[in-house]
Write a protein that binds this ligand. Sequence first.
Ligand code: PXP
Length: 254
Amino acid sequence: MSEHPLPLRLGVNIDHVATIRNARGGVFPDPVEAAKLSEQAGADGITAHLREDRRHISDKDIERLIEKLSVPLNFEMAPTSEMLEIALKHQPHAACLVPEKREERTTEGGLDVAGGFNHLKPIVDKLRNAGIRVSLFIEPDPVQMDAAVALGAPVIELHTGAYCDARQVERRQHLDRIISAAAHSAEVGLECHAGHGLTYDTVGAVAALPEVLELNIGHFLIGEAIFSGLESAIKRMRARMDTARAEAGTPKST
Ligand code: PXP
C-alpha cells in the first residue's frame, strides 16, 4: 500500500432532498440549495440521478445545477437515448451510467457491462466525444471491469451496497471483493470510485483503499441532516474519510 495515497474526493448525492420536496409537490426543500450548502461544507462534487420516472430529481433541477454549481456535477443516468440526449444538452462534467428498473427502490446491483456491451458502446462513445467523463456503476467483479476497459470507459464506480447491507463475516467477504476489485482497477488502468449505502460506520474501510479516488454518498447524509444539519453531516463524513485515508497511508511501526 502506498505511503501517500492520492486525495479522496467526496461527491454528495442530493437526490433525496428532491424526494422530500416531491412528497408535497412544492418547491421545498430545494436540492440546488442543498448542493450549494454541500459545496460550502467541503463536497468536491455533486451527484444527481435523473430517473426515467422523475421520482426525485427533475429536468429543471439538472438545468439549475448546471447553472449554479461551482464544483463538478456527476450526472447519474440510465443508458437510454432519452438520458443521452439530456446529458449531451447539458454537458455535465461527468456521467455515471447506472442500471435502472422502474420498480426498484434504489439502484439495485451494478450495470452488466459485459452483457450489454453492444448497447453501451455508442452511448459511451458519444458521451466521451462530447468531453464528458464516463463512469460505469458496476459490481466489484473483474469481468465487468475488463469489459469497461474494452468499452473505453475511463472510470468505474464500485457498488458498495451489498457490503453496507451485510453483517459480520458476510460484510468482510463483500469488503474483500471491493479490495480485490480496487486493486484490479489499478492494474487495468481504470480510475476507481465507489458508493451506495455508505455510512459513518462503513465508509472508513473503503476510504482506506488507495486506488479509490472518489466516494459518492447520499441517502445516509440526507438522513443525518435531519438530526445534525447537512453541513455537520458532510463534515463528519469527510473527517471519517480523511482519518481512514491518513491511517492507511501511515507506515505501521514494527
Ligand atoms: N453511486 C451511485 C451510482 C448511485 O446510484 C447512488 C444512489 O443513487 C449512490 C452512489 C449513492 O448511494 P446512497 O444514496 O445510498 O449513498
